[in-house]
Design a protein around this ligand. Structure first.
Ligand SMILES: [Zn+2]
Length: 188
């Protein structure tokens, strides 16, 4: 294979982000799943997000509905980014790790260096209801720390080496220009 698959970069452990991992790991047994230390309990050990204490009443009320991962990844298959080491971690000069916790305790974003594009998972939303997509914080009911999520969006907006941000549930095509993220962050 000309470009063997080496890593899967997992922003966080909600089921809609992990469900394909067993199939991928069966097809490519050597690949490693890159996760944050604070996400390890949820992805590897089966801890539930509903066992977290959130910083909003809405999370506390609705956390039983959170998209808990039904997938447990074997610890042999993960590469763990230690807390505080995120910004020092670069994979092959291609992918740089950015700490964006809040939505979940160990949410990470991943900067694709060649394209200056940041895959931010659910750290930022660009959902469409009736109208065209608009930026928002992640869904409060499934966000452990809304204050952390707000801080992470501000942090993303301050990154200098990003042209486009790719939210996980973005219904637009091609990502969100960083200028729009900066404008949104300035109103938070
Ligand atoms: Zn999520």
């Amino acid at each position: 294979m000309q470009f063997p698959l080496k890593y899967v970069f997992l922003t966080h452990g909600h089921h809609d982000h992990t469900a394909a991992l067993p199939t991928l790991l069966r097809a490519y047994p050597e690949i490693k799943v890159v996760i944050a230390r604070n996400e390890y309990p949820f992805v590897v050990e089966g801890k539930k997000y509903r066992d977290c204490n959130g910083d909003t009443c809405i999370f506390q009320l609705f956390k039983g509905l959170a998209e808990e991962s039904k997938v447990k990844v074997d610890k042999e298959n993960v590469v763990v980014i230690e807390s505080g080491e995120e910004e020092n971690t670069i994979f092959g000069n291609v992918v740089k790790v950015v700490r964006t916790n809040g939505h979940t305790p160990g949410s990470l974003s991943f900067l694709h260096i060649p394209s200056n594009s940041l895959a931010c998972g659910d750290a930022l939303m660009n959902l469409a209801f009736l109208t065209s997509p608009s930026l928002s914080l992640p869904v409060t009911a499934f966000t452990v720390s809304v204050s952390g999520a707000r801080r992470s969006i501000k942090q993303i907006s301050e990154l200098q080496d990003v042209n486009y941000v790719m939210p996980a549930h973005d219904l637009s095509f091609g990502g969100v220009p960083i200028e729009k993220v900066r404008e949104f962050a300035s109103r938070l």
